[in-house]
Write a protein that binds this ligand. Structure first.
Ligand code: ZN
Length: 284
């Protein structure tokens, strides 16, 4: 099942995508994609609906992030062996956790704004996990019970602010529009092996990232368990699980960063695609 949110920013309604790729409204069924909507019971009820009986939403309607009110947007750093290598970083012994501001969240095809004063805005295609049920200190072998499904995150990053300005990475990860999420949440039953998904990111048609979740250092199961020992997870929370090689920072002979007017297109097998126009904040 593919669950999504459609409509203008701040006024999205819940929906699903049917087998023909048509958006169907769930507005009469659940209040939004939040809280109990992610529970196994509600997901089973929604899966049992005959989608053809639900109101059709016009093609081309804007999509929002497929989780309405997450408490936590957690990200994992350097979680791909081949990405750690391209950045010259050592393989982490334990997962690196950082937080993305909830202000970053946006729809999968919303503009990404290069913030005022930024010269090193970069891209990161990532598999994001959406939590289904309350998870506190869960063992790895029970972690998947707490997962509702998966979606795509572009973990947009300002490298100077992340790496050269001291302190935590969060400064370079938290600008408005730096967290496109979607296009939809694919429930976990449709993704039997989250550790074997091809993923890519193009900038203006040029392939920049071409990887697979196979090269993750810590897998989804381990990450959900690990994070839950430090930060209690609630339904709708997001864990974005790191990026494969090909980020702008790692390009040879010299790094490549985003410029206004470019378009990013990114996708993960079974999870659809995103496309974002890059807009420069010209106030600087
Ligand atoms: Zn990342």
């Amino acid at each position: 099942m593919k669950l999504l949110r459609y409509g203008p920013p701040g006024a999205e309604k819940p929906g699903m995508m049917d087998a023909n790729g048509t958006i169907r409204s769930l507005a009469g069924m659940i209040p939004d994609l939040t809280g109990d909507a992610f529970s196994p019971n509600t997901l089973a009820k929604l899966a049992a609906l005959d989608a053809s009986t639900l109101p059709e939403v016009p093609a081309g309607t804007r999509l929002g992030a497929p989780t309405a009110n997450p408490r936590n947007f957690i990200a994992i750093g350097l979680n791909y062996a081949d990405h750690a290598a391209e950045t010259g970083a050592a393989i982490p012994k334990e997962p690196i956790i950082f937080l993305k501001s909830l202000n970053t969240l946006g729809g999968p095809n919303d503009d990404v704004v290069i913030p005022e004063g930024s010269h090193k805005t970069d891209w990161e295609v990532e598999l994001a996990v959406i939590i289904g049920t309350y998870a506190k200190k869960v063992p790895a072998n029970a972690a998947m019970d707490h997962v509702a499904g998966y979606t795509i995150c572009n973990d947009v990053s300002e490298r100077e602010w992340q790496i050269e300005r001291g302190g935590t990475w969060d400064k370079g990860k938290g600008a408005d529009t730096f967290g496109p999420l979607g296009p939809y949440l694919v429930t976990k039953d449709e993704i039997p092996d989250p550790q074997d998904l091809a993923m890519f990111l193009d900038v203006d048609g040029q392939r920049m990232q071409d990887g697979s979740t196979r090269t993750m250092i810590f897998d989804v199961r381990q990450l959900v368990s690990y994070v839950s020992h430090f930060i209690t997870l609630h339904p709708g929370d997001i864990i974005t699980t790191g990026t494969p090689p090909g980020v702008g920072m790692g390009k040879k002979p010299s790094p490549i960063y985003l410029k206004g007017g470019e378009t990013m297109r990114l996708g993960i097998a079974g999870l659809g695609e995103q496309a974002q126009r890059v807009v420069s904040d010209m106030r600087s």
